[in-house]
Design a protein around this ligand. Sequence first.
Ligand SMILES: [Ca+2]
Ligand SMILES: [Ca+2]
Ligand SMILES: [Ca+2]
Ligand SMILES: [Ca+2]
Length: 426
Amino acid sequence: MTQTQADADNAPVGQELDAAMYINNDPFEQIIFARVFNAIGCYDTTPLTLRVLNTPMPNENATPFALCDDNSDGLQIFDLSTQVVNILGGLDPATHSVVWFSSLASAEAGTPAIATPSAYTSNTATVFAVVTDTTQPTTTATFCSNIATLSLVVNPLPTPVQPAEYELCDDLESGSDTDEFASFDLRSRDDEITGGNDDWAVSYHLTQGDADAGAPALPDVYQNTVMANQTIFARVENIVTSCFETTTLTLVVNPLPSPTTIVAVEECDTMANDGDVDNDGDAVFDLTGQVTADIINGETFMSLTFHETLASAELGSPSIATPAAYETVSRTIFVRATDTDPATATQCYRVIELELTVQPAPVLPAVIPDLTSCDDNEDGQALFDLTQNDAIVLGTQTTADVTLTYHETLASAEAMVGSVSDMPTF
Ligand SMILES: [Ca+2]
Ligand SMILES: [Ca+2]
Ligand SMILES: [Ca+2]
Ligand SMILES: [Ca+2]
């Protein structure tokens, strides 16, 4: 083999080409010459065309083909036909064929190819594409090809935590605290649902369909639209892989207790009430017995605490320490009624006012003048008009404020029984 016709004809020493390892000089196409000779020196020559075809250069950094593992089996069905443009890079799909193989060895051997590349079941793995230029001009059957790799990735779905029911007390923001609508801070549930996984983003949706579609989302602060109890849907999406899973969130509006507002509770400012002198200005009230029963009025799961200020009632503390014996001047106190239903997590409460009224004790003069009557038949008995000293006993008090009765014994007076019945003439 020689570079020129002359060398083929003359066969000068040293001009013969390396028949096993010859690299062409002229790009793409070059003619060399073959000299054929026999033992007695007869020879002939013929030209030989060397042709260099372009090897296709597919995408060496093809974007991994990732799918979400919708049934958590580690496998997914890949449609490799969607990856032709990806694997070709800038090569023209019209002039290049792509054949897929599951191993490098089979790609190099050209067999066996993946039978159904449009539905190739795989775990996370690498597949191999043989890319062939189908149009290069050639007088032989040589088509140049190259092998490129494509990563197949099966991404796991997020595994959201099923959140506990989200309970709120009926609020006023909806216009009423008895309408069973309240404003829910949905973002407050994110961490519970993601378990603190920062790669997972949460959105909330009215329906399962909206959650699957990812839109429309509910606002971060959402007022329920179904009274009392409503299930909404949370979409948990991996921000890296975009794989998502959904779960439900139940919104619950708990009713506030309904304490009954009662009329003012009255106590007498007497020594008998508080052990102090009459009319020292205050009295001892028992808030625990009938008062509590009247306020609860038969409603279940309600407990009461009593407070001197509205602020402490709203806070729940400090409360009146000894509600069974609360000594006070006349005042308004605040009753906090709290829901104690163990089935609810909210302990909703409502505050009402309670009037405590200290009634002044009637005042008796220290000394009432003796009553004197004449014994007209010497039997030691006489008729008395007990009312003749009423004005002295009443002092500045009037019978509109106090009732005056007379008794034969101190005990019956204190018990207010057995008054002398036939006044004014006893
Ligand atoms: Ca799967
Ligand atoms: Ca409300
Ligand atoms: Ca008193
Ligand atoms: Ca007192």
